[in-house]
Design a protein around this ligand. Sequence first.
Ligand SMILES: [Mn+2]
Length: 303
Amino acid sequence: MIARHIGPDPDAIGSQIALRESIKLTFPDKKVYAIGAGVNKFKYLGYLDKLDYNSLTNALLIVLDVPNYSRVDGIEGLMYNDIIKIDHHPKEDIIGTVDFTSSDYSSTCEMVANLLYSTRLAINKEIATKLFLGIVSDSERFLFKNTSVGTLEMSLRLIKDFDLDFTNLYNNLYEKGFNDCKFEAYIIENLIITKNSFAYIIFDNKKVEEFDTDITKASTIINNFNFIKDFIVWCFVTFDEKNEIFKINIRSRGPVINEIAGKYNGGGHDFASGARITKKEDVDKLLKELDNECKKYLAKGEK
Ligand SMILES: [Mn+2]
């Protein structure tokens, strides 16, 4: 059973499906499933498995791209005997019996690609395509600090070995509707920037509906603000009405922010984190804390 985090991205789903396909190809008799909720916009990465856990008593759980149990999608009621973990986030409460956790990689897809190339696990063009897309997505086209020589070498290897039409593949990741551009413009118009160079927006769901877009697009748009020199930390707050929870996305070009996010039922990478908060007061507290972190950072003169 291969699982990954809730609110998946192309790295999470790409690594999950690539690993499933590789195991299937290498060991045709093994039963291997990729679990968790499907996401329509990532259909190009392949299908997820739906199954009844009651019939399973002896599963091996492979957890990808997620360090904490509370954020693993779709394992409620699953009886598993052992855990293998592969992840590039800082270590938290999940420790695999076999554990490949390292922040030295851009993405879980880069780690899985290394695993496939260094073992007898099979790899084909389809698998290589998913891994390549996950690497490109999580490194933000090789812009993020998590990009290494190894990331570029692995990307080149996948492209060369399987003749990937990589420029055309970008359509899957970056094609967007004009509505989404308008939504982005709305965010730009309405971001609040404090004197400490902290920017944030708390979305009004009614207003967002006017753009005929999906509020989850905000978590992609946030990455477009990476080179704006007027702020060093920026944060989007969305309220998920169905689950009655505030979802927080945070990015930074200065201070490390995942420790603060960790205090609010969140975590992630040093400069790209998230949190889930039930009480509005806690959202306000988090925003204050981030603003204060910017203030401290500026005081140190590191800008
Ligand atoms: Mn990832």
